[in-house]
Design a protein around this ligand. Structure first.
Ligand code: GDP
Length: 295
């Protein structure tokens, strides 16, 4: 329900647009497919992904001898579901999650929200303020650590991020913490620095915390549309991204970006942000997503 209301803008728009397309057609023909293609591109599914989806749809219409626009809608929902689906392995603990992403996308907020998700599930969480580049980063993260009621490890501005992570790991081991979430600086304009920094952090984790399962999540702002895709491509060139946190899905009609990210980059969307509050983050559910779009 929360997903539905949170995604209402996306849903209203994509499903609203698709609804009017389907309402305008009584027959299944090339014109219908063309209209659908245009609509999906408008919803930020991106050209390559949209073309693939439409090609699959065309095949199915032929193979299954689909004659009714309503059946086309069902086939489209199924294709989208398969597109965003992925095998989610069972979560293992202890776990350490590096969070990367450019400023303003909702990195800090998302870290607070993820901490809250794990806490609600009965897990213990520790935050590491390893974005020591931005003056206010640790302060903002401290605010979220209080909101989520989880401890935080932080140093002053300009300290070595890898040292912060080292301390956080040390503290997590002593406390028996389930999940360590590390904020990092996401400076794309200086790729070499970012790469060095992430490498250094990785080496610390390799050495000090080999038993922990490791994830690197990239935070992307859904309202930036295709720009988010290019950010994802750049970050994927610097580091192995294991999941995406797609924020501000409540503020956009362009939920098609979820499909584009999965198809073009092969990286699953793990969480979606649907508001500014601590409860406004959900684990991404492919099935529900497809349903919300096309029901
Ligand atoms: P950072 O610079 O990447 O750490 O970004 P912040 O976490 O400070 O967030 C930037 C702004 O985006 C803040 O005003 C947040 O409240 C807002 N924000 C973050 N996530 C979401 C979301 O899912 N939905 C909405 N509507 N706003 C969000």
């Amino acid at each position: 329900e929360k997903l539905k209301s949170g995604m209402s803008k996306t849903r209203e728009n994509i499903s609203g647009k698709l609804n009017s397309v389907f309402a305008a057609f009584t027959r299944v023909d090339e014109d219908l497919l063309e209209e659908l293609e245009e609509t999906l591109i408008l919803c930020d599914m991106g050209v390559p992904t949209t073309e693939k989806v439409i090609a699959q749809l065309r095949d199915r219409i032929k193979e299954e001898r689909i004659r009714e626009p309503e059946e086309v809608r069902r086939a489209l929902a199924e294709i989208i579901r398969q597109l965003v689906e992925y095998d989610a392995p069972e979560e293992k603990y202890p776990k350490i999650i590096l969070i990367v992403g450019v400023n303003g996308v909702g990195k800090t907020t998302s870290i607070g929200k993820i901490a809250h998700v794990y806490k609600e599930e009965g897990k213990s969480v520790l935050l590491a303020a390893a974005d020591t580049f931005r003056a206010a980063a640790a302060e903002q993260l401290t605010v979220w650590s209080k909101r989520a009621d989880v401890p935080i490890v932080k140093y002053g501005e300009g300290h070595d991020p890898a040292a912060v992570v080292y301390d956080a790991i040390d503290s997590a081991k002593h406390r028996g913490t389930d999940v360590v979430i590390c904020d990092t600086a996401g400076r794309l304009h200086n790729k070499k620095n970012l790469m060095n920094e992430l490498d250094k952090i990785s080496r610390v984790i390799d050495r000090e915390y080999p038993e922990a399962e490791r994830e690197t999540y990239l935070v992307l702002d859904a309202t930036t549309g295709q720009n988010a895709i290019s950010q994802a491509k750049e970050f994927a060139g610097v580091s192995r991204i294991t999941g995406i946190i797609l924020t501000k899905l409540d503020g956009t009609a362009k939920g098609g970006i979820v499909c584009a990210i999965k198809e073009e980059l092969g990286i699953p969307v793990k969480y979606i942000g649907v508001g500014e509050g601590i409860d406004d983050l959900q684990r991404f559910q492919p099935e529900e997503f497809a349903k919300a779009l096309l029901d």
